[in-house]
Design a binder for this molecule. Structure first.
Ligand code: MLT
Length: 208
């Protein structure tokens, strides 16, 4: 594993040991970094190539993937700009490492930027696992996500993300043609063992 700086993002890359697995794009939550989700990636898709960038926006020193005005209130112009930047990074990393289109695995803020990336740049991601995601854009762009598999994992007791909001995101993605599986877990905002099991089983079943 090496720390690399591509033109656009600091990130880590772990080479695949199982070529049959799609690469994962790991997107951390607020205050995380490029190291955070590497163990999760190894648990849910053993042997897959991992690409894990660090969000470039700092909120009181904590890395994120886009600016927010308050908890759950996003600077949508920044969401659009940063999602496009991240999409460009994915294309760079694919070229650099010879990778297929990745499946994003995002947690919280990382799940929100992954949802924005899906809607703004269809085709860049082969699919997505969105853990504790919410609607990133009030007016979603018209996107063609036909056949793109997406797993949305929501915590029924999440104090940050109302279940209704996560349901709206799942509906937006499905309306754009994505094949959406939405599971509501007896959990809060934090990642749980159930998330890990569901994500692993979903990836194995779909081989997306
Ligand atoms: C966000 O800002 O993306 C969400 O509120 C989740 C978080 O990062 O706390």
């Amino acid at each position: 594993m090496a720390i690399k700086t591509a033109p656009s993002f600091a990130y880590r890359h772990v080479a695949a040991t199982d070529a049959a697995q799609p690469p994962l794009l790991l997107l951390h939550g607020t205050g995380g970094d490029e190291n955070d989700l590497l163990p999760l990636g190894q648990m849910i898709a053993p042997g897959a190539a991992l690409v894990s960038p660090r969000g470039k926006v700092l909120e009181n020193g904590m890395p994120r993937f886009f600016r927010r005005l308050a908890e759950g209130v996003f600077d949508e112009a920044d969401v659009v700009r940063r999602a496009n930047e991240l999409a460009d990074f994915v294309l760079e990393a694919r070229e650099q490492h010879g990778l297929a289109a990745p499946v994003a695995v995002g947690f919280s803020n990382g799940a929100n930027i992954a949802a924005a990336l899906l809607l703004l740049r269809p085709g860049v991601l082969a699919g997505a696992v969105l853990i504790r995601a919410m609607v990133p854009l009030g007016q979603p762009p018209a996107a063609d996500l036909a056949g793109t598999p997406v797993l949305v994992l929501t915590g029924a007791m999440d104090p940050i993300i109302p279940e209704e909001n996560a349901g709206r995101l799942a509906a937006q993605l499905a309306a754009a043609g994505a094949q959406v599986d939405h599971e509501v877990l007896p959990a809060g905002h934090n990642l749980t063992q159930v998330d890990i099991r569901l994500a692993r089983d979903w990836l194995a079943k779909r081989r997306v």
